[in-house]
Ligand binder design. Sequence first.
Ligand SMILES: *Cc1c(COP(=O)(O)O)cnc(C)c1O
Length: 406
Amino acid sequence: MSETLPVPSRPAAPPAVPPLERRARVDLGAVRHNVRALRARLTRADGTAPRLMAVVKADAYGHGAVPVARAVLEAGADRLGVAHVAEALELRAAGIAAPVLAWLHTRDTPFAAALEADVALGVSSAAELEAVAAAARAVGRRAVVHVKTDTGLGRNGCLPEALPALAARAAALQAEGLVDVEGVFSHLAVADEPERAQETDAQAGAFAAAAGVLAAAGVPARVRHLANTPAALTRPDLHHDMVRVGLGLYGLSPFAGRSPEEFGLRPAMSLQTTLAQVKRVGPGQGVSYGFRFRTTGDTVLGLVPLGYADGVPRVAEHAPVAVGGRHVRAVGRIAMDQFLVDLGPDAREEVGDPVELFGPDSGIPADAWAEAAGTINYELVTRISPRVPRVHVDAAAPGDTGEGRA
Ligand SMILES: *Cc1c(COP(=O)(O)O)cnc(C)c1O
């Protein structure tokens, strides 16, 4: 039986917005800077430059698709790229009207909704083209398509042997007014390893051949695009009419052992929280599941309230962490909600002190966590889970902190 609680004479004041316990801070000023830095590198000697498609799939690699899309467009990106039609529709629902291309579909992809929302579609096969054309007929709108060709990566995209039939069908559907073949594109497999130039060159050759097949069929693509971030940074010969840049927007480097700063890029995301507990312990103290770490002497353990449910990789033991201004190491298993850092016997840190796992404040790169987890920076930032609030700040606009929480 529950007790009867006294009824307050007037409703309690609404709770104030609580301070954030943990956050992925995203500096939109850095994102804008990165667009401009990339643009500067894309400009050719004669002053012309390819168009820049900003790839904001996967919630802008974990940075928040809608605020990032707005920022990149303000900074001069020409178009947006996403994998899923659903991601494109989310941008449209937020009022973003810029050209968007979506390229990874299934039998259940809502092509009609895409066409009604003016979303351009990558098309990887004749069957996909027919489904898009059927949607165009149903809604009475011409589909803008970019033919995706497989030039060696082996993922989605049309293989060279299937391309002539696809091109012929595209020409017939274009004559009917159901499709407009605006673009042709392909994706590179090893551009992040510049020493493997021959393999990239082979893809470039296959891409030129594919563009030729479309032209010969009477559907010459007006926008050819092949380069991702690594090729945008190192292969000006592959820039064609447009580059599709993802990782670079977020200020991360696609090259092992080369920092983003080398390319004039600034990391945008910082993963931050505060110390939740501080414990002075003696030797032999077990630390987290499996006792994979035991203290060997007197020390101080700090509790970081982030874990694998937040996207911190469980395997990233020994990754660096900034506590206050000091760099220390994660010790023991990273659990679902929390992990520990060894602050050493002389620690003066206290509960509430700021903690940064990676980000420009501490200078710890996302790559350090990626390396500790045996993965790449792409995965590290993309996997930060929805449990961690994204806080969008703009270093260029003072006082803009805590707003734009998403
Ligand atoms: C994700 C993706 C990109 C962006 O790649 P980055 O290396 O992040 O620049 C470009 N094109 C396609 C087809 C993609 O899937």
